[in-house]
Write a protein that binds this ligand. Structure first.
Ligand code: ZN
Length: 103
């Protein structure tokens, strides 16, 4: 199994999936470790995606974007800033493309 951390590089905690009421996002998001991401990408590093249902554009931090680029199937769902909650990846396209996030 590939080594993972939270997006800020800290160790993965048992409560990282708890929703922070101030942001509606998880307290932390798991990413591939910096060491694993440094091994190279199989997709471009894309920083934003569009939710097809509401049209909102959500931007990600670089560690998450690089995790998608290294391992496109790493995540099963993601956050929409427009809706304020998480949905399956099939509801999102990379910004400016017709490509489903995670493909
Ligand atoms: Zn949305």
């Amino acid at each position: 199994m590939n080594k993972t951390t939270l997006a800020d590089g800290s160790p993965v905690t048992p409560d990282h999936r708890e929703i922070d009421p101030t942001t509606d996002q998880q307290r932390g998001y798991v990413v591939l470790s910096a060491e694993e991401r440094a091994k190279g990408f199989v997709r471009p590093v894309r920083r934003s995606y569009v939710h097809l249902k509401c049209g909102a554009l959500t931007k990600m931090s670089l560690p998450l974007a690089e995790t998608y680029a290294r391992q496109p199937d790493f995540y099963s769902g993601t956050f929409c800033v427009g809706c304020g909650t998480h949905f399956p990846l099939t509801e999102f396209h990379w910004d400016g493309t017709n490509e489903v996030v995670g493909s």
